[in-house]
Design a protein around this ligand. Structure first.
Ligand SMILES: [Ca+2]
Ligand SMILES: [Ca+2]
Ligand SMILES: [Ca+2]
Ligand SMILES: [Ca+2]
Length: 265
């Protein structure tokens, strides 16, 4: 449509043309052609539902937010305290408040949703778990699918577990950079009940631990890997990448850890 600026009537007709041109800009955005076709028009997206601008300043463009389903006008769409852009960088879901980066700071791997579960025997890939950590967050095993993971079933009343805990903390502190994750599965507190968040915090604090300490009701997760009918504590299982069971329910020594770490890509 052509337009002239010679009368109020024709000026109105020209604005109509401008609107249809904006609508074609939105269509271009859907096909990713924004910069090539309308680089001079980026300021036209101030109302902002569909453009390259980051209206809410959360690190994601309006167009990226529309593709993700997050809100281009709200930096923290799901209200979990983590901005949408930070969540995408951490591989968590900006539209799910129960899924967010860990307060403990443990990095989440991109493969978290890709583990093909096959079983709990050595050579098989064990299923995910969701257990409360010492910060009250929900810890998911498969978030560490790129790591060697040492799972240690323990209980607050268990003397050998208490004696072993500082060694586990040292292994994690010394070997995390090489790809080790240690997760303490605390099955019972002093009264043989499921540990509370305070119990988990107390265990981590008493032993100076910076790795995840989670509540494992009824030893349900530690018990997946036992070879007999009873669980003997501490119960230690080593997992490889993609949660593959490497060594089940057997004490682990530093050389076994080192061997596993050297197998990482
Ligand atoms: Ca944004
Ligand atoms: Ca947003
Ligand atoms: Ca969020
Ligand atoms: Ca979230």
């Amino acid at each position: 449509m052509r337009c002239w600026f010679t009368s109020a009537l024709l000026l109105t007709a020209c604005q109509g043309s401008g609107l249809s041109s904006l609508s074609s800009v939105a269509q271009d955005l859907d096909t990713g052609n924004w910069l090539s076709s309308t680089s001079s028009s980026s300021t036209e997206d101030d109302d902002g539902d569909n453009g390259p601008r980051d209206r809410d300043g959360d690190g994601l463009s309006n167009a990226e937010e529309n593709a993700l389903g997050s809100d281009p006008g709200n930096p923290d769409t799901d209200g979990d305290g983590y901005q949408d852009g930070e969540e995408v960088e951490s591989y968590t879901d900006p539209t799910d408040a129960s899924d967010h980066p860990y307060q403990g700071g443990w990095p989440i791997a991109a493969c978290r949703g890709d583990v093909a579960v096959s079983g709990d025997q050595p050579g098989q890939n064990t299923g995910n778990f969701q257990l409360m950590d010492q910060y009250g967050d929900t810890l998911r095993l498969h978030d560490f699918c790129d790591k060697i993971v040492l799972l240690v079933g323990s209980a607050t009343w268990c003397d050998p577990c208490n004696r072993e805990a500082p060694t586990l903390g040292n292994w994690y502190n010394n070997l995390a950079d090489e790809g080790l994750m240690v997760i303490t599965l605390l099955g019972q507190n002093m009264s043989e009940g499921t540990p509370s968040q305070a119990d988990l915090q107390a265990w981590a604090s008493a032993h100076g631990l910076t790795h995840p300490v989670v509540a494992d009701p009824g030893f349900g997760t530690a018990g997946r890997f036992i070879t007999g009918s009873q669980i003997f504590l501490p119960s230690t299982t080593l997992l490889g990448p993609d949660a593959e069971v490497l060594i089940a329910d057997t004490p682990i020594n530093p050389s076994a850890l080192q061997t596993a770490l050297e197998s990482l890509p």
